[in-house]
Design a protein around this ligand. Structure first.
Ligand code: SF4
Length: 329
């Protein structure tokens, strides 16, 4: 996938030329049924844009999203139109970060949860009621909550409402965009456990977008690390945390609390500013902030390549560097 945006300079005069910003560049990965793949990286790295391209919330500039249907057909989701697109869109739902603004304050919880169902299927009132009650219960919501309005609920309960709304369409994939970031730590744990239970029950696949590596470590099967619109490392969660192979991943991980008291607890502070995506650095985009850079890094852009089973890295020196992960013993 590639995605470009036209951005006007902030101090734009009326006729200032918009700049082209490459927000996603050569993004390519597979998402397996029933897994949780997390996408991590600093703000502005393109995580949310990637999630929205996948659910067709915003169109990619070039690329494909090949989707395997339940009938084992392979279709390019981005090319579908009309009824076919609408049908597949039901399979892919999204949960947003802020449960305070993502739910309409004028709709009752029942109407919020049932809205997508009513818009997509011809069902009797009693069928809708039955489905809503069932899903609300599975999301941990009491049936008595259904007549109330979102303002009556805490952040955690609101996120349960958002989850019930996504679940009612029986999706195969849910894109969770910072879905627990706005919640207190204890509530985060409850929502993560709920997402895991629902995944087991319904075999849902999650694309879990987050900047919080502690949460990601807990929920994911695999993790993709993004930097300036590219995937720089993609690996099974255990392998990534035990031995990151990209210096940017190492820096992100140094902020994760280490359970092992004898581990190195010092935080790696990256030098310099986050580069401007409108004018990315030459060669490896990470080189101005990388402690391991060489001349080659300034000149050549490293490809994302597989260096071990399922572990891909975009760094010229991935095999040579001995980087610090999160120690457990
Ligand atoms: Fe650092 Fe060079 Fe690897 Fe980029 S390619 S991450 S600059 S060592």
């Amino acid at each position: 996938l590639n995605k470009e945006f036209q951005v006007k300079p902030k101090s734009a005069k009326l006729f200032a030329k918009p700049t082209k910003v490459q927000v996603l560049s050569d993004i390519s990965f597979e998402l397996y049924e029933g897994e949780t793949l997390s996408i991590v990286g600093e703000s502005g790295c393109g995580k949310t844009t990637l999630g929205r391209c996948l659910v067709k919330g915003i169109p990619a500039t070039t690329g494909q999203v090949i989707y395997r249907t339940e009938e084992e057909e392979r279709v390019d989701f981005l090319k579908l139109k009309g009824k076919e697109a609408k049908r597949l869109r039901r399979d892919i739902q999204m949960i947003f970060q802020d449960p305070y603004s993502s739910l309409s304050p004028r709709m009752s919880v029942f109407d919020i949860i049932s809205e997508p169902l009513v818009a997509n299927f011809k069902l009797s009132r009693s069928e809708v009621e039955e489905r809503v009650k069932d899903i609300a219960e599975k999301a941990g919501l009491n049936a008595s909550y259904l007549r109330r309005y979102p303002h009556a609920f805490s952040g955690g309960q609101r996120q349960r409402i958002a989850i019930a709304r996504a679940l009612i369409m029986k999706p195969r994939l849910i894109v969770c965009d910072e879905a627990v970031s706005a919640l207190d730590v204890s509530i985060q744990a409850q929502i993560i456990n709920l997402l895991k239970d629902l995944q087991e029950q319904f075999k849902i696949t999650y694309l879990f977008i987050s900047h919080d590596l502690s949460i990601v470590q807990n929920i994911s099967d695999r993790v993709a690390v993004m930097h300036l619109g590219r995937i720089v490392e993609l690996a099974p969660t255990k392998a990534l945390f035990a031995g990151p192979k990209h210096p940017y991943t190492e820096a992100l991980m140094s902020a994760v609390p280490q359970p092992d008291p004898e581990a190195d607890h010092s935080r790696i502070i990256l030098d310099g500013e986050v580069p401007n995506p409108a004018h990315p650095p030459s060669g490896c985009h990470f080189h101005p902030r990388c402690a391991y850079r060489t001349e080659k890094c300034e000149l050549q852009s490293p490809e994302l390549r597989e260096i071990a089973d399922g572990h891909s890295v975009a760094c010229h020196y991935a095999e040579q560097l001995n980087l610090r992960g999160v120690r457990h013993d």
